[in-house]
Design a protein around this ligand. Structure first.
Ligand code: UT7
Length: 328
């Protein structure tokens, strides 16, 4: 029969509809297309004009379900990586499950791991599949940073965008294909490098909290250095544990935070330009959505064929970091 494993059987993505160019941001903060392009690789990003994160997530999920050749009735678990849910509760996963027509009673929950959220969700889904508790899992990464960034802070507002990406992770047996391994990590001691406070209404017994301080805060240069070092090490971990060499890797799909972070990671891993996927110029940093959107575009562009080895690697607030190896 062979060992029970998980494999991605369908992908889908849905960036927010409104395109905002660097030029448009020149009218909002003291910045320039030249600065943003050369420092980050971003040319434009997508921003919500009213659609909810769960709506985009459901759109991406429907495409992934169709691509997998199943129906929503076949889904038996929904896991969503996000730090920008529509509401504190219900979870985004509950909204998506209802919207795409997943059966009532199927478990659905969100995972909070910032930009590493999709790989965290994938790692959890894989464990359900390998343990025999789920056959088809909807795994989603979605984030709407346009709603939590300070639009007057040029150090952060130019970097992020809104979007969703999804995969169906299905049970399979036999040859060593599908998810080879995934690895998730955190270090809460460095939380102040990158965070977004949440201050719901204070109760009548506590000191008043400052509601003006709820936006994303980032120490850019510390985050940059940590991202390069951590993503390189996380990619090395999954590459070595699977007995792979750089030449075995068809495509590295890194979290899309900054083209210079991706380039430095690529160089440290000894990979060529055509082994690293980037679409950051179109979307900016979409947090948990960046990897599943990139994966969907790489598949649609014919860059991934049966048997190819793909490495996913992410880094984000928490701090969190994660990696995965997939034989397609
Ligand atoms: O998802 C994971 C989390 N995010 C990341 O991984 C992002 C990591 N960090 C970065 O990508 C980079 O650090 C940034 C893109 C945020 C900044 O690039 P940098 O090369 O590290 O620039 P810097 O922070 O050292 O700033 C250089 C200058 C500063 O001016 P002074 O102090 O030298 O006069 C900034 O004030 O650039 C200025 N600056 C800007 N200028 C124009 C910062 N943001 C902007 C801007 N437009 N948008």
């Amino acid at each position: 029969m062979g060992e029970l494993r998980s494999k991605i059987t369908g992908t889908g993505s849905e960036p927010a509809s409104k395109v905002v160019t660097n030029l448009e941001l020149e009218g909002l903060v003291d910045t320039s297309d030249e600065w943003i392009s050369t420092r980050t690789g971003i040319k434009e990003r997508r921003v919500t004009t009213g659609e909810q994160a769960s709506e985009l997530a459901a759109g991406a999920a429907k495409k992934a379900i169709k691509a997998a050749g199943i129906t929503a009735k076949d889904i038996d678990l929904v896991v969503v990586g996000t730090v920008t849910p529509d509401m504190v509760f219900p979870s985004t996963a509950c909204f998506v499950a209802a919207s795409v027509g997943v059966r009532a009673g199927v478990p659905a929950f969100d995972v909070s791991a910032a930009c590493s959220g999709f790989i965290y969700a994938l790692d959890i889904a894989d464990k359900y599949v390998k343990g025999g508790a789920a056959k088809n899992v909807l795994v989603i990464g979605v984030d709407f940073f346009s709603r939590i960034i300070d639009w007057s802070d040029r150090g952060t507002c130019v970097l992020f965008g809104d979007g969703a990406g999804a995969v169906v992770l299905s049970a399979t047996r036999g040859a060593k294909t599908g998810l080879l391994s995934s690895h998730i990590h955190s270090d809460g001691r460095k939380w102040e490098t990158l965070y977004a406070p949440s201050h719901p209404h204070p109760n009548p017994f506590e000191k008043k909290t400052d509601h003006s301080k709820t936006n994303v805060k980032m120490n850019g240069s510390d985050t940059f250095k940590l991202a390069v070092r951590t993503m390189t090490n996380a990619a090395r971990e999954v590459i070595e544990l699977n007995g792979l060499k750089p030449a075995d890797i068809k495509l590295l799909i890194p979290h899309q935070a900054n083209v210079r972070i991706m380039k430095a990671t690529q160089q440290r891993l000894g990979l060529s330009d055509d082994q690293v996927f980037s679409n950051i110029e179109k979307y900016g940093n979409t947090s948990a959505a960046s990897i599943p959107i990139a994966l969907d575009e790489a598949c649609a562009g014919g860059l991934i064929k049966k048997g190819d080895v793909i490495i996913l690697v992410a880094f984000g607030g928490g701090l969190t970091w994660a990696s995965a190896a997939i034989r397609w």
